[in-house]
Design a protein around this ligand. Structure first.
Ligand code: C2O
Ligand code: CU
Ligand code: CU
Length: 455
């Protein structure tokens, strides 16, 4: 009789999860806790009509289900691994506790085939994020393991519609089987582009919008390699980048989106019905990513909504310590690992390369930061190729690019072009070991990865 609902649910949970240990379960308030279950499993999907592709999926689909969480509300996500190899899941862009960050060897042991892991965290920031494995990433993301994670504002912000585009290219042969995800030649350059582009898992995507409405369109680049330059042939404002509202929205012209990056647009849908496009701009050319069909209809008038800023801690720039981090070409060293496989290294951070096959021997951190202090990272891309540079667990503030001060903005990933420099700052307020890497998956797997320690 006295058994609380909480306790009963806990027992049920234990039964459902087959004896998986759930620490602290009985003490957690249940009412505001979201529950999700993600099952990673092989599943044939059809990308090229008449063929099937042996994808790896979340709950049977790629992209996986869109997770909708709420700002400041705790979430528990059960991840079950039904793949033939280990995995972990990373919640890209979320400022969460280190134990939930999903990095094998750094924050958790890999989840073995047949195993499960419960991720528990609370998102302090609202916005557009995503999730993906952090184990054998080239193949696991390449085979389809990507998904969108939307954190809704604590106080909802109203748009007439809230839509999203998940961008991912596939590496396919004509019969639907997978073509190689990488070659040494491409890994040492800008990476291997896919040959079968998809939007929301489809070869062509068309959204229906109402004339005169204001639509929030979240665009996520979940590709391993590609850089998009997002444009549109209807009026649109850039309202957030990598989940973080811009202090002042700017009209969309061409917004660069490297691997792992996101942009939120507010589309000002014209009164004239017709078909408009979201574009990928390439110099003088533009390619359609998605068609927007505008149909007549009645919508209540809506002034351009404004997104509340995320609670990123205030920087103490006057007392900040500077940390140079430079990204370089390492040449084609190919030491042969214990398993006899060549382990090519093409890239370094501060002259050091991450040895992917060496999780047992963790290298030292790139830098050790003290809790509460402000740090300025001086980023330098000393290579001819673009690198979307990403830090886990933090939102950084971009202060300058190529010595030009700009209106500071917040992000978790910055796209550095050839020979570009940038100054970005963080407050070291989240203890743990946090990955810092390029999000071109072939680059992180051939050296361009390290971690930052906060104590
Ligand atoms: Cu999407 Cu280690 O990152
Ligand atoms: Cu991340
Ligand atoms: Cu890179």
């Amino acid at each position: 009789m006295l058994m609380s609902l909480t306790r009963r649910r806990c027992l049920q949970t234990l039964l459902t999860f087959g004896g998986l240990a759930l620490g602290g379960c009985a003490t957690r308030p249940r009412h505001s806790t979201y529950e999700y279950e993600l099952i990673l499993k092989p599943q044939s999907i059809s990308l090229i009509p008449g063929t099937s592709t042996p994808a790896w999926t979340f709950n049977g689909t790629s992209p996986g289900p869109t997770l909708r969480l709420r700002q400041n509300h705790p979430v528990r996500i059960l991840v079950r691994n039904e793949l033939p190899e280990p995995t972990t899941i990373h919640w890209h862009g979320i400022r969460l506790n280190n134990a939930a960050d999903g990095v094998p060897g750094l924050t958790q042991d890999p989840i073995p085939p047949g195993g499960a892991f419960v991720y528990e965290f609370t998102c302090p920031d609202a916005g557009t994020f995503w999730y993906h494995p952090h184990f054998n990433s080239l193949e696991q993301l390449g085979r389809g393991l990507v998904g969108l994670l939307i954190v809704e504002e604590e106080n909802p912000v109203f748009f007439h519609q809230d839509l999203s585009l998940a961008l991912k290219d596939w590496h396919l042969n004509a019969d639907g089987s997978f073509a190689p995800f990488t070659s040494h030649r491409a890994a040492a350059r800008a990476g291997t582009l896919g040959n079968h582009p998809t939007v929301n898992g489809k070869t062509s995507e068309r959204l229906t919008l109402t004339a005169g409405s204001v639509v929030r369109l979240r665009i996520a680049n979940m590709d391993n390699t590609r850089v998009f330059n997002i444009g549109a042939d209807l009026p649109a404002m850039v309202i957030a980048v990598e989940g973080n509202p811009l202090p002042r929205p700017i009209p969309l012209e061409s917004h660069p989106l490297g691997a792992g990056m996101r942009v939120d647009l507010a589309l000002q849908v014209p009164q004239t019905p017709g078909v408009y496009q979201i574009l990928d701009r390439k110099g003088r050319f533009a390619f359609s990513l998605c068609e927007l069909e505008v149909v007549p209809g009645q919508v209540p008038p809506l002034p351009m909504p404004s997104l509340p800023p995320n609670p990123v801690p205030a920087l103490d720039l006057a007392n900040a310590e500077r940390i140079p981090l430079s990204f370089e070409w390492a040449g084609a060293l190919s030491p042969v690992g214990e398993d006899g496989k060549a382990d090519p290294v093409f890239w370094t951070i501060n002259k050091r390369a991450w040895a992917e096959h060496n999780h047992q021997h963790l290298p030292d951190p790139l830098a050790t930061l003290r809790m509460g202090r402000t740090y300025i990272f001086e980023l330098y891309n000393a290579t001819p190729h673009p690198h979307p540079i990403h830090l886990h667990g933090f939102t950084f503030t971009v202060l300058s690019v190529n010595q030009q001060m700009l209106e500071p903005y917040h992000t978790d990933t910055i796209l550095l072009g050839k020979n570009q420099r940038a100054e970005v700052a963080i407050v070291a307020d989240n203890p743990g070991d946090w990955m810092f890497h390029c999000h071109v998956i072939e680059h992180l797997e051939t050296g361009l990865m390290g971690y930052i320690r906060v104590t």
